[in-house]
Design a protein around this ligand. Structure first.
Ligand code: ATP
Length: 253
């Protein structure tokens, strides 16, 4: 089956009368798309709305068909979310957590799905009897992603997979996201780790105060003024322009 393509038009979502997202239009093409933005911009709200955890308005089309509104139907449509903070069952083993990920999958098929997931996460196979709560943050995040993959999603949504992890684990988790996208599952990821996220993503969007303010291919976005100034600690636009002009002059001389 071809990788999923999500089109979102005029998305509205919030909490009771408090509207966080007002009119958000974007698309998630096959590959890896990242959503960046400051704290409180509405990134988690966006994923929660797409996953049916909060009501949404506007149009959400998955390969041209309106996405279901209830979470379990959305999972059946092929969309799975790995929430922020992983939300594993700490008193259960790795295997039990993976089995719970496949609660919608017929039992006979579940075992073969889990077997397939172990092929992608060989480190977890050695840990099947370990209690999830005793694992490191990075290992737990890996279990959370593996659990989502048991649902065999066509679109996988990751909410800040690198949150609180050591730099080496951040690299590993982002590499896993990349591998999943390359293997044919469309990935939509929210990340605070701007530089590393743009290095592995195909495309990106920047969300600020509930609205998209920039978008484009990840490589171009990484070089854009909006990203460099707000997120990568570059100098202000005036100095950047002046420095660029000086460099150009020097090169031309
Ligand atoms: N359950 C809730 N009830 C009411 N308001 C909420 C709730 N969850 C989030 N909000 C508010 O919605 C806005 C967007 O929050 P959201 O968590 O989507 O931002 P975010 O971009 O994911 O930020 P962060 O990076 O800090 O997770 C914030 O103003 C937040 O206070």
């Amino acid at each position: 089956m071809a990788p999923a393509h999500l089109k979102v038009r005029g998305l509205r979502a919030g909490y009771g009368p408090f509207l966080v997202l007002r009119d958000v239009t974007f698309e998630v093409k096959p590959g890896l798309t990242v959503i960046l933005g400051p704290n409180g911009a509405g990134k988690t709200t966006l994923l929660r709305a797409l996953n049916g955890l909060i009501p949404r308005g506007g149009e959400v089309l998955l390969d041209g068909e309106e996405l279901a509104e209830k979470t379990h139907e959305i999972v059946r449509n092929g969309v799975t979310l790995v929430p922020e903070g992983r939300q594993l069952f700490p008193q259960m083993t790795v295997m039990e957590n993976l089995e719970l990920g496949g609660w919608l999958v017929p039992k006979a098929e579940r075992a073969s799905r889990i077997e397939r997931v172990f092929a992608d996460f060989p480190k977890l196979r050695e840990r099947i009897t370990q209690l999830a709560g005793t694992m490191s943050g990075g290992e737990q995040q890996m279990v959370a992603v593996a659990r989502a993959m048991v649902c065999a999603p066509r679109l996988l949504m990751l909410d800040e997979p690198s949150l609180g992890l050591a730099p080496r684990m951040v690299d590993e988790l982002l590499a896993i996201a990349r591998r999943i996208a390359d293997a044919g599952t469309t990935v939509l990821m929210v990340e605070q780790n701007v530089k590393k996220a743009l290095a592995v993503a195909d495309r990106g969007y920047v969300l600020e105060r509930g609205a998209l303010v920039a978008s484009g291919p990840a490589k171009l976005l990484a070089r854009s003024t909006v990203i460099r100034e707000a997120y990568l600690g570059a100098a202000s636009s005036e100095t950047t322009t002046a420095a660029d002009a000086a460099r150009r002059e020097k090169a031309a001389a």
